[in-house]
Design a protein around this ligand. Sequence first.
Ligand code: MG
Length: 250
Amino acid sequence: MIVLKTVEELKKMRAAGRISQRALRLAGAAVEPGVTTLELDSIVRRYIEEQGATPSFLGYGGFPASACISVNEVVVHGIPSENCVLKQGDIVSIDVGAIFEGFHGDNAWTFPCGDISQEAQRLLDTTRESLFEGIKAAKAGNHIGDIGHAVQQYAELRSYSVVRDFTGHGVGAKLHEAPNVPNYGTPGRGPRLMPGMAIAIEPMINIGTHKVRVLRDKWTTVTADGKLSAHFEHTLAITPDGPVILTDAD
Ligand code: MG
């Protein structure tokens, strides 16, 4: 069931979104060679808790950290570790959620570590741009399939592939609510977008195959061919005046 939010509830989601965005930016600013992904996780947790909020991911389904940090061929759900030391040329996806006054914000960004290859930069640019193509399509009266189509077309025209096994989702009092928001789809298909819906759009785009596999830790998800993957995410509200990004710090 899709839960519509009141204007009052969307204000709370905006507050949660702002905390999530600031935590993400702080961690992103700390990405550099020699830093461990566990240190980035500590930055996220400390900031969120200082705001009187709670990291959405900590303990979610048993997840052991506050942020998912996914380096290079890791698509999503990388577990922060003191053994994962960033090096020059890595691309580092940080996915952060915070719950505040009963509502979640959820966002992700992929950061370059020092100088990265042109190939990696182009992947980051395309994935980020595909997120904003999806957001543009998230208008009341459109359908979920319009969002997926916009993301998919943008990425595939540039010869990248779109991960199928994970999708965006509704967000609210629960981190993951209906509907699923795939990054592929057919225009006009799927649930109709209505004012009061809050959704996370989160393209996961690969250089090679769209296929992924989950490692033995049951979280870490990597590309099947070991090639690079990028991930960008915002939580947004569908309003009569168009989509409004809730995970915005400004
Ligand atoms: Mg999400």
